[in-house]
Ligand binder design. Sequence first.
Ligand SMILES: C[S@@+](CC[C@H](N)C(=O)[O-])C[C@H]1O[C@@H](n2cnc3c(N)ncnc32)[C@H](O)[C@@H]1O
Length: 357
Amino acid sequence: MTDLLAKLAYQTVQYTKSSFALTHKTLSSRLLNLFYDVPGKDQLKPLSPELLETLQTSLARLLETEWKDAERGIYPVELLFDNPWEDFLSYYPALLLDLPRLRERSLQQNYRDFAEDLDTDNYPNYYRRNFHFQTDGYFSDLSANLYDLQVEILFNGCADAMRRRVLAPLKQGLEAGFPSVPARDLRILDIACGTGRTLKFLRATIPQANLFGVDLSTAYLRKAAQLLGQLPGELPQLVGGKVEELPYRGGYFHAATSVFLFHELPGTVRQRAIEECFRVIKPGGWFVICDSIQLGDVPEWDSLLHNFPISFHEPYYNDYIRDDLERRLHRAGFGEVYTQMHHASKYWVARKPQIEA
Ligand SMILES: C[S@@+](CC[C@H](N)C(=O)[O-])C[C@H]1O[C@@H](n2cnc3c(N)ncnc32)[C@H](O)[C@@H]1O
């Protein structure tokens, strides 16, 4: 009975978040459309009426999978109730106030708009831009404070649910691959860890493991340190650095994860990031990638994938949705690779071959 009530509570929270996000998007775009033109309207593909229905079915499936994984002990049930409500209350007004600036940037296709006091010079060109037309790109505390909310709204309240889908293959892979290594000796790296949501979920799933996060944004790492500093246990080690030049020695990690990164990298950097992960993972270790679904994965949703980079500044997305990451993983040296799909995300689970005896 308690389990049933908990499941109902979880579903209610998730559907409420989803309705809120949809209402937010509908009302805010109607309001903005009164004052501004619709960006790229001639290029947008119409969305079919069945689309909403298939999105609902797919969301229900995602929630069911999440729940089943909690039931079988992959992570504690409480993790499914981990929502950053405080951030929501603190930053939702700022997010609303920021919307006209995003629309202005989008209309002018202005993706190099940074506050003067932000130092963006020492960053790669592909990174120095306002991804999603968001204020300050990845360069300011304001951006870091609004980011999680923006992503939850973009994904209709299930961004965290999709992040958590890396946990089952990772935990099972580690148990199968390193059965004699105690959890306290495991080392797991989250590349492009952003504000630390995935590291938080990893901490709850394998509490004793040593966690590491690397990201190019000092503002996002600061936000991650705030979030992760509230958790019991050791603080994950957070480091500023590039995923294509990881600041770790070879074979150091039992596993690495990457969430929502690859669609924001040019193809050549994507390849180098995969090669770097291959280098820093031990033989027999795992690499789990989560990112957007790609063209043809859910054919009814292809129009959504087409429209996304028109409304948001995502310069590498069109290339990403046609990219064969499985081939890239094999090219880097990974052996077994399998894929999964959960709602709007796709997952690549790759294993570095064991060294032959
Ligand atoms: C869309 S966010 C995803 C963040 C986080 N993984 C999540 O689940 O929300 C992309 C992140 O990748 C980081 N990033 C982009 N390019 C990078 C690079 N070359 N090296 C390190 N971090 C990078 C950005 O700073 C940002 O935090």
